[in-house]
Design a protein around this ligand. Structure first.
Ligand code: EPU
Length: 338
């Protein structure tokens, strides 16, 4: 375990912006993680870094950064129709999904190609194409930062919501997730193709009874056509959350924009795609220096090369202001901004 000083984080955040960490240590085992925590200077804040795919760094981090590089995937228990699979926090999410698909373990296929690591996935209950992490989540293990005690969190303990969990609220900054265990199917998979884009892709390929691999391939093709590859164009996936508005706001909005897409969550709650609002506000594909809005999905902000985190943040705030002025709807960032 080596503690580095003034370490560049450019290759540790998928926006690929320049930022330096005052202290940086990469840990490969839980013992190393505990050792690192014990070495943290008392007057320096702690910063846990996973895949760096859901954050925007707008400045240098005057912090003790622990890069969680815990690796390993293990099949814990297998019954006739289900399996419990545990992945360590530092496993790349998509590699883990591929591992499951190769073994014919069903449930995660719709979540193919989401950037980031396994350990950070529960924090925001990642979701895509009609499926959320919580649907197959069994439990996770975590270390309490203050006591170094290990704790198990079941699904109920995690209080999952849309891009939300207890780790973003009451327990924010209190625990480090070290592994996540999923309950997956080994036969009679519940294939979820209700999301329009997936259905279209499968029809295009003449697939009538899709396997989990077919669904994964469809999701991969859709994502590749809409979402930029962070290795080629710095980005953090959806920058904003899709706003959920009340009936009065929704009615005002619909009067102004009768063609807008929406999902009715309940008779008094409506989710509006932020990508649509941003496109309507004129930002899709626009570029301001090296900070920009993706040409195929307006919800994604991109770094065309040398944008600073501050420039991307200014663009985000500008978008937020214009969307509110035009549509009356306030959109909130989904990424964590530091
Ligand atoms: N839309 C536009 N213009 C755009 C983008 C979208 O008009 O530039 C419209 C689409 O036509 C569609 C609607 O908005 O009617 C929804 O678009 P899409 O299906 O692309 O999904 P989304 O709501 O924009 C969410 C997730 C994505 C996830 C997709 C697919 C959030 C914040 N984002 O996006 O997640 O991949 O659904 O399930 O919920 C991520 O979190 O990083 C991410 C990419």
């Amino acid at each position: 375990m080596r503690i580095e000083e003034n370490k560049s984080l450019k290759n540790y955040n998928t926006f690929q912006v320049v930022s330096k960490a005052r202290y940086f240590v990469s840990v490969n085992t839980i013992a190393e993680l505990k050792q690192a925590l014990a070495h943290k200077p008392s007057n320096t804040p702690l910063f846990i870094l996973g895949g760096g795919s859901n954050m925007l760094l707008t400045k240098d981090l005057d912090a003790f950064v622990i890069h969680l590089n815990l690796k390993g995937i293990e099949v814990l228990e297998k019954t006739n129709s289900e399996v419990l699979v545990k992945a360590m926090a530092g496993e790349n999410w998509h590699n883990f999904v591929q591992f499951c698909i190769d073994k014919n373990f069903g449930g995660l296929e719709n979540l193919s190609l989401i950037p980031g690591n396994v350990g950070t996935a529960p924090i925001q209950n990642i979701g895509a194409y009609g499926v959320e992490l919580k649907d197959t989540f069994s439990h996770c293990t975590a270390i309490e930062i203050e006591t170094l005690q290990e704790k198990v969190f079941t699904k109920t303990n995690c209080d999952f919501g849309y891009r939300n969990s207890i780790f973003k609220n009451e327990l924010k900054g209190k625990y480090i997730i070290t592994s996540v265990t999923f309950k997956l199917s080994t036969k009679e998979h519940k294939i979820s193709t209700s999301y329009g884009d997936i259905q279209r892709k499968l029809i295009e390929k003449n697939i009538e009874n899709p396997s989990i691999k077919d669904v994964a391939n469809a999701v991969i093709a859709i994502r590749q056509s809409k979402l930029p590859d962070p290795k080629k164009l710095g980005n953090s996936g959806s920058f904003f959350k899709n706003p959920i508005v009340d009936l009065a706001t929704f009615q005002d909005f619909r009067k102004k924009f009768p063609d807008a897409p929406f999902y009715e969550i309940s008779p008094t709650q409506f989710k509006i795609p932020a990508g649509w609002l941003i496109e309507k506000s004129g930002f899709k594909g626009k570029r301001f220096g090296d900070a920009g809005v993706h040409k195929n999905q307006a919800l994604v902000l991109v770094n065309h090369g040398n944008a600073t985190g501050q420039e991307i943040w200014e663009l985000a705030m500008n978008i937020q202001k214009k969307v509110l002025a035009l549509t009356g709807i306030f959109i909130e960032p989904e990424v964590n901004v530091f």
